[in-house]
Design a protein around this ligand. Sequence first.
Ligand code: 5GP
Ligand code: ZN
Length: 114
Amino acid sequence: MSDCLFCKIVAKEIPAEIVYETGRTLAFRDVNPQAPTHVLIIPKQHHATAAALADVDDGLADEVLKAAHSVAVLEHVADSGYRVVFNTGLGAGQTVFHVHAHVLGGRDLTWPPG
Ligand code: 5GP
Ligand code: ZN
């Protein structure tokens, strides 16, 4: 998708601080971090939302979740605890319509979220 911000990050047309990469996923730091660790994990293939990703039957959603956990380990938040969030749809606060998992950690995280 030529007008998609995260596709442009995959294509290296926009810079990002990449922290982890697999054949089909990419993880990079959020430009506006909400916690000491705030990394976004995306499939390199464009899917708009988590709902669309859930409809893909080739294991891609699994890979995104596994990549999220790998990032948590690399960022040393796996033991202390971390949160994986897919804002899905406008009402949930999704602003970039290329599915991404937020991995947040490194501080106490309150519940329920706002
Ligand atoms: P959403 O609101 O869709 O769940 O999350 C989008 C996230 O993308 C936000 O946390 C926002 O800070 C982040 N973001 C927006 N533009 C950029 C960018 O150009 N680079 C990076 N690294 N993060 C971005
Ligand atoms: Zn995209």
